[in-house]
Each structure stands twice: as C-alpha cells, then as structure tokens.
Design a protein around this ligand. Structure first.
Ligand SMILES: O=P(O)(O)OC[C@H]1O[C@H](OP(=O)(O)OP(=O)(O)O)[C@H](O)[C@@H]1O
Ligand SMILES: O=c1cc[nH]c(=O)[nH]1
Ligand SMILES: [Mg+2]
Length: 215
C-alpha cells in the first residue's frame, strides 16, 4: 500500500490544469522551449497554493463611490530559494505572484555514483531570517539536495520554510519530512519510486538538462 504522509505538511496540488500540464512535461518529445514554459506555469499554480495562509491586514480603500475596508498582505516578506540549476526554472513564475520577493541561490549537483549532493554556491539575502522562504526545485528524488538546502536556511535562522517541487519520489518526501519536523512540502505529482540511478519513475528525466537543453 502507498505510504501516507501527514496532510498538514505534505500537499499534492490537485487540479486538472496541473495534471494536463504535467502530462506534456513528462513526454520525452516535449522540446526545451515548451518544457521551460510548463515549469514556469506549474510554479505559478504551486506558489498560489503555498501562499494560501499568508497573513492579511485590514486597509481602508476609497473607491470612486465610497470608502470600504479591504485586506492586503500584512508585510510578511518572501524569499525564493532555487536549487541550481533546475530550480531556476521556477523562479520567474513565483516572482510573478510576489514581485517584491528576494532571491537566494543554493548551487548543488548530485554525484552520479553516490547520488550525494555537492554544494558549489550559496548566497542568501541579508535579512533572510525574517522572510518566509520558498525553496524551489522541480525534482525531489532521494531528498539529499533538498534537505541540504533546508539545513543551510535553518543555520541562517529561517523559521518558515516551504518547499515546492514538481515531481517527487516517496523516498524524497519521507527524507524531507523526517529531516525537518516543521517544513512544509508541496508537489504537483507523487511518483512511484526511484530507479537504481536514483532517477524518479515514471518521472520526466533530468529536469536541468531538459530546461537548459544540455543533453
Ligand atoms: O533528491 P536528490 O536525490 O538530491 O535529487 C534531486 C536533485 O537532482 C537534480 O539536480 P542535479 O543534481 O541534476 O543538478 P542540475 O539541476 O544542475 O541538473 C534536481 O534538480 C534536484 O536538485
Ligand atoms: O529523476 C530525477 C532525479 C534527479 N534529478 C532529476 O532531474 N531527475
Ligand atoms: Mg540535473
């Protein structure tokens, strides 16, 4: 039987448009330009869900007819943290939702033999500890890369971390939720398993290579 994850901490985005876009994204015939566009669009859907509980405050607005009470976001600041390279493909979509967000980068690649992540870059906004951080990476396989990124943010004092992936393996979801008891994880698809090279099945291949056309 499929493993159950805590629904308060793990959400699969459930929407016909998401499923439709995902079936094109997975198709090996989908070329780089369309792949990039789909990653961007899916990031928007996912970002919308991940920000559902953002706090609001009352504000008085005068329409052409009268003054009324409206609500606006109550100043909680956001940082988007892409895991390079593939995570970069999700940044513009999230920025369309929160144009004032800052962007911090974590550079990591997986060793092809051990599948362990190797860090080559890390740069966060100066006030990162006061921001809600959205880590973005299309693929969650073993969870090594994502848990390493979560650790960098916790070490920097970040309290509210939300992870956004497009396709996840159960192994990576379990590793992430076990690694950090407070983190929340959003994904567009929970796939079946990892293969012997720690690639997600059915998956979509190597997201970085498909976004940047490097294979
Ligand atoms: O859960 P994990 O087992 O750590 O695997 C997932 C990681 O692998 C991919 O990056 P990759 O190492 O291929 O780097 P790239 O984005 O530069 O292609 C992907 O974008 C994740 O960052
Ligand atoms: O299936 C996978 C696993 C790791 N990284 C990817 O890009 N795809
Ligand atoms: Mg890659």
């Amino acid at each position: 039987m499929a493993e159950e994850f805590d629904p308060k901490r793990f959400m699969v985005i459930n929407h016909p448009l998401v499923e439709h876009k995902l079936h094109i994204l997975r198709d090996q015939r989908t070329a780089t330009k369309q792949f990039r566009e789909l990653v961007n669009e899916l990031a928007i859907f996912e970002g919308y869900e991940a920000m559902r509980d953002f706090p609001l405050e009352d504000v008085q607005v005068t329409t052409p007819l009268e003054t009324t009470t409206c609500r606006r976001l109550s100043g909680k600041k956001v940082a988007i943290i892409p895991i390079l390279r593939a995570g970069l493909g999700m940044v513009d979509g999230i920025l369309q939702l929160v144009p004032s967000a800052r962007v911090g980068h974590v550079g990591m690649y997986r060793d092809p033999e051990t599948h362990e992540p190797h860090q080559y870059y890390c740069k966060f906004p100066a006030d990162i500890e006061n921001r809600i951080c959205l880590i973005v990476d299309p693929m969650l396989a073993t969870g090594g890369s994502l848990t390493a990124a979560i650790k960098f943010l916790r070490d920097a004092g970040v309290r509210d971390i939300r992870c956004l992936t497009l396709v996840s393996a159960p192994e990576g979801v379990r590793a992430t939720l076990d690694f950090d008891p407070d983190v929340r994880l959003y994904t567009c698809a929970l796939d079946r398993e990892l293969n012997e090279n720690a690639y997600i099945l059915p998956g979509l291949g190597d997201a970085g290579d498909r976004i940047y056309g490097t294979k």
